[in-house]
Design a binder for this molecule. Structure first.
Ligand code: NZQ
Ligand code: ZN
Length: 386
């Protein structure tokens, strides 16, 4: 097991009716800026619950944070937060609202210069407004981690940053808020969660037996719950399980002791979203089977472990088990309702591969758990997703 430091300061407030706790969770005497997206929270009653919990408090609002939140929008919010002397940000929505709010928190406390420098990796975060969240879409894990992914219109980039400054102080997770999700977003959330676990687990190097079994537990739970949410969308227990899986999937715990993680699928997926506007979860469904097929020799042992423990495959030959594990995963993604081939999104895989490979190479990005997958490998991987 590799040495590690694990730290996660996010208070999770989980369950039915817990939005009512907001008043106690936000420090007294501060002006709050409530950030939200395109209006789903106004249609499903979450906004009313939040306003009720905060009645009597000084609250201003910033709506319109888009899916794949944009730098340009966040900069407007940051300017407003500065002008109005906001002391606390409350993100109410999905991963995009949360990520956008993390960037707003940093931008509102950024000195001279352009906070985009942080996204380009040039500058560290040294301050941020405190933030909390009410999550309405289980997928990204943003509610309990210190990452954010921001897109920039003018350059067509989609980049991530991480900083302990942007851990939410708290996240309220009420599974009932997810009843109103369109089916497509439920599907995206299941795939994103599955992929987060896999990127930490499906690595060729080292072993961390407890963490691996914790990852397998999340995968098994997702496989069990996914068909149920389709049959019974208003089943509270199913929604609660999916929500907790998503948070657990990317709160750092599944990386403890892991020798090296493999975020190749996400790195390629972000480029596909930037180029073609495909939903984040859907890019992962197309690329993850391709990454595993490309890397099947190096990942064979872990793939075979996954075959045995997650998919119940017990062939004698390790290579056969590994290949079947990938087939099973792709079949699961399709059963969830998500296409797994780029052609199904109207995209020419060979052309996409060239573009993605060039974009990553231009930034000097090498991917995979060995950090050795460059332009040629990326082209081959994306081509496999045809
Ligand atoms: O904008 P509104 O009107 O709120 O509608 C949203 C949006 O259209 C809607 N929605 C959310 N909750 C709803 C709802 N509709 C009805 N009922 C509800 N309860 O769903 C749509 C998609 O929302 P979005 O927040 O974009 O989805 P998601 O949570 O999947 O977030 C995706 C973003 O997170 C990034 C992705 O790259 C992408 O930009 N990620 C962030 C990560 C992190 N911070 O750790 C890790 C992930 O790998 C990912 O990269
Ligand atoms: Zn993701």
């Amino acid at each position: 097991m590799k040495n590690f430091t694990y730290f996660n300061p996010v208070k999770i407030v989980f369950g039915k009716g817990m939005i009512a706790e907001l008043n106690e969770l936000i420090p007294e005497g501060v002006k709050v800026m409530l950030t939200y997206g395109g209006g789903s929270i106004k249609r499903n009653g979450v906004y009313d619950q939040v306003r009720r919990a905060l009645s009597g408090r000084a609250v201003i609002e910033f709506g319109g944070v888009e899916p794949n939140p944009r730098y340009e929008t966040c900069m407007k919010a940051a300017a407003q937060a500065k002008d109005e002397d906001v002391g606390f940000l409350l993100a109410v929505g999905g991963g995009s609202v949360l990520d956008g709010t993390k960037f707003i928190a940093v931008a509102a406390r950024y000195g001279t210069g352009d906070p985009w420098e942080i996204m380009e990796g040039g500058k560290p975060v040294t301050a941020a407004l405190p933030l909390g969240s009410v999550l309405t879409l289980p997928a990204t894990g943003s509610e309990m981690n210190d990452f954010a992914v921001i897109s920039r219109n003018s350059t067509g980039e989609k980049l991530a940053f991480a900083s302990p400054w942007v851990y939410p102080k708290f996240s309220v997770l009420d599974p009932e808020t997810t009843y109103s999700l369109p089916e497509r977003q439920v599907e995206n959330g299941i795939i994103d969660t599955f992929a987060h676990v896999m990127e930490q687990y499906m690595c060729a190097i080292g072993c961390s037996p407890l963490t691996e079994r914790q990852s397998e537990a999340v995968l098994l739970t997702l496989i069990e719950e996914a068909p149920k949410v389709k049959e019974r969308p208003r089943d509270y227990g199913v929604r609660a399980n999916l929500m907790w899986c998503a948070t657990t999937g990317l709160n750092g715990s599944l990386g403890c002791g892991v020798e090296a993680q493999d975020w190749a699928t996400h790195m390629i997926g972000h480029e596909l979203t930037a180029l073609y506007g495909i939903d984040h979860g859907r890019t992962l469904a197309a690329i993850m089977p391709a990454v595993h097929r490309h890397e099947i020799t190096r990942k064979q042992k872990r793939l075979a472990q996954c075959a045995r423990r997650v998919w119940g495959i017990h062939e004698a030959d390790e290579g056969v088990c590994a290949a079947l594990a990938i087939d099973k995963m792709e079949a699961f993604f399709r059963k969830v309702g998500v296409p797994t081939r780029l052609s199904e999104y109207g995209i020419d895989a060979a052309d996409a591969g060239r573009q993605v490979a060039e974009r990553l190479a231009k930034r000097g990005v090498l991917i995979g758990e060995y950090g050795d997958l460059g332009e040629k490998a990326v082209r081959e991987i994306v081509a496999l997703a045809k």
